[in-house]
Design a protein around this ligand. Structure first.
Ligand code: ACM
Length: 558
């Protein structure tokens, strides 16, 4: 093998291994290491790019390096400058002239690269220049994330790193995502997540080219978003008297006796949305209905239809599935549509999630009023009423140019025409919906529930249950064979869930998320054909140093 032969990251792993061995032997013989591919810092990009060809040599970033970009590209170029400045201790100068100087980093906006789409990029590093090409700003942003990972780990330091040469290996990368929805869900309803922690979480997502963050804003245990028309939702619904300690299913229930709560003002939400948007992350709000409604009903009891003997409905203090459900009376529909109207004002997302899962129908069954409603609407049963209810929201959101997303329980009684289905109880709901022509996001408990244990339960902090180790996440394929070939494009992507009954603080949120979210990022971004768990683990070992530098409380590798 020639010393200057390019090494393709798309080559079979065995070939790479042989190449590494040969390179290592030559390095030993010559006493000098020439190859980028033999250096873990260079071959450890996560998620793995579609193709990367490394070659001999380096580009070195110094204070004299100029960044060349204009218009939309300049906005992204500034993000590179901002992200490197703390560790490098200098800010690169941005210039708009396109006259190539001796050593430069150039952002080139193109409209002639259909093969990389709206989120893809091409990154060409030679000893003289770094050129990033993209069709859209998101592509530049992802090119920057890759470039950061090609630099020494110290590039992730929050303070000036001393004595580092900022070398980038020569490489030619072409990269674009497999799926358009690469998501995570966080659950501040169960344990409130302060705004500052959410922003940190968004930073970590951006590094992994994850682009969708679903925020579960309402549940039985708390209502977390300010709705100006209904202030009691947060005056009352954002606070619970105490919280269950220990596991729900482990002995007698014990409580901590401490008030818990918090909520995001609409001003907070605008800030979070802006921060995420600058990192090409869409925030999907989730407002739960018709079930998981106890915090709302505790704020405005007339929204429920509970037995008369239950007088003082308080925000729930324990976990599990609560019976309190919205009563689908006309004024409840108006209330929820008012809520969604305010939600749409602060969340520009095309997708608005309305939950729809685990709606226990006992209160509907026991109510003569609700039974009369079912008959009056000529519906078959309570499932039919739930379907009718969801359709009211679907048409309301559609009228405002948005799309309803719901958990796969919304298939009961018939799917609303525009609904996007999030398949969580396995893949069956996703398969049926995609084959019926609905868009779906795959989020099955089996591979994407990051609230499950990631190691042996007796060696891990308390979790809800289950077992979802890193490799199982990595091996997930969001396109099951049972989806008809002509319906595959209805799989928008994949999402990992961080339900927070047993995630009491932001550090623990990071522990449950990483490194599994890094594996999920690769599931969502990288080609299926390049899947190789050993190769991923090798890259991840190096990648954890970046997580350390970012002070992310990830779980150590086994
Ligand atoms: C869910 O986990 N109840 C969607």
């Amino acid at each position: 093998m020639q010393a200057n032969k390019k090494l393709s990251q798309t080559a079979a792993h065995s070939r790479l291994t042989i190449a590494h061995t040969v390179v290592a032997v030559i390095c030993l013989c010559l006493g000098t290491c020439f190859s980028a591919a033999s250096n873990p810092e260079t071959a450890s990009v996560i998620p793995r790019p579609v193709s990367a060809e490394y070659s001999e040599g380096f580009f070195t970033i110094t204070p004299a390096t100029r960044v060349i970009a204009k218009d939309k590209a300049a906005t992204e170029a500034l993000k590179l400058i901002d992200t490197l400045a703390p560790a490098m201790g200098f800010r690169l100068e941005l210039v708009t002239c396109s006259e190539p100087q001796d050593r430069f980093i150039k952002f080139e906006l193109s409209d002639k690269l259909p093969q990389i789409g709206d989120e893809g990029y091409m990154l060409d590093v030679t000893a003289k220049s770094i050129i990033i090409r993209a069709n859209q700003p998101a592509g530049f942003f992802y090119g920057i994330q890759t470039l950061r990972q090609l630099l020494p780990v110290s590039a992730f330091s929050k303070t000036k790193a001393k004595g580092v040469t900022w070398k980038v290996p020569c490489v030619n990368i072409t990269d674009h995502p497999r799926f358009k929805w690469r998501g995570l869900l966080v659950d501040p309803a169960r344990h409130f997540i302060p705004k500052s922690a959410l922003l940190r979480f968004i930073d970590a997502m951006a590094l992994h080219k994850l682009n969708s963050l679903q925020i579960h804003l309402t549940d039985d245990q708390g209502w977390r978003v300010e709705i100006k028309k209904y202030p009691k939702l947060t005056e009352v619904g954002a606070w619970r008297d105490e919280t269950l300690t220990g596991h729900l299913h482990n002995g007698p229930l014990r409580f901590d006796g401490r008030r818990h709560g918090g909520f995001y003002t609409q001003k907070d939400i605008r800030e979070i949305v802006r921060y995420a948007s600058a990192r090409h992350i869409n925030i999907v709000p989730e407002i739960e209905m018709p079930g998981h409604a106890r915090a709302a009903i505790s704020s405005y009891p007339h929204l429920g239809v509970f037995p008369a003997k239950q007088k003082d409905i308080k925000v729930w203090t324990r976990w599990g599935v609560c019976e309190h459900i919205f009563a689908p009376r006309p004024h409840t529909i108006v209330f929820l549509q008012d809520v969604l109207a305010e939600v749409m004002q602060v969340f520009p997302s095309e997708y608005i999630h309305i939950g729809g899962d685990e709606a226990v129908k006992n209160h509907w069954k026991a109510s003569e009023e609700i039974q009369a409603l079912i008959r009056a609407k000529h519906l078959k049963d309570e499932a039919g009423l739930q379907s009718w209810f969801i359709k009211q929201m679907d048409s309301f959101l559609a009228k405002h140019g948005r799309r309803l997303v719901g958990w796969d329980d919304i298939l009961q009684g018939g799917l609303a025409p525009g609904a996007v289905v999030m398949s969580w109880r396995g893949e069956a709901g996703g398969i049926a919906s995609a084959n019926a022509g609905h868009d779906v996001v795959m989020a099955p408990t089996s591979h994407t529930y990051f609230d499950y244990y990631q190691g042996l339960a007796n060696k891990e902090p308390l979790a809800i249950g289950g077992y979802l180790p890193l490799e199982r996440v990595y091996q997930y394929d969001p396109v099951p064979n049972a989806i008809d070939p002509d319906k595959v494009s209805h799989v928008l992507g994949v999402q990992g869930q961080l339900w927070s009954e047993y995630i009491p603080n932001p550090q623990h949120l990071e522990y449950m998320a990483y490194p599994r979210a890094a594996a999920l990022a690769e599931v969502g971004w990288s080609p299926k054909s390049s899947k190789d768990y050993d190769d991923f683990l090798n890259r991840l070992r190096h990648h954890t140093k970046r997580l350390q530098a970012m002070e992310i409380h990830y779980r150590s590798l086994d």
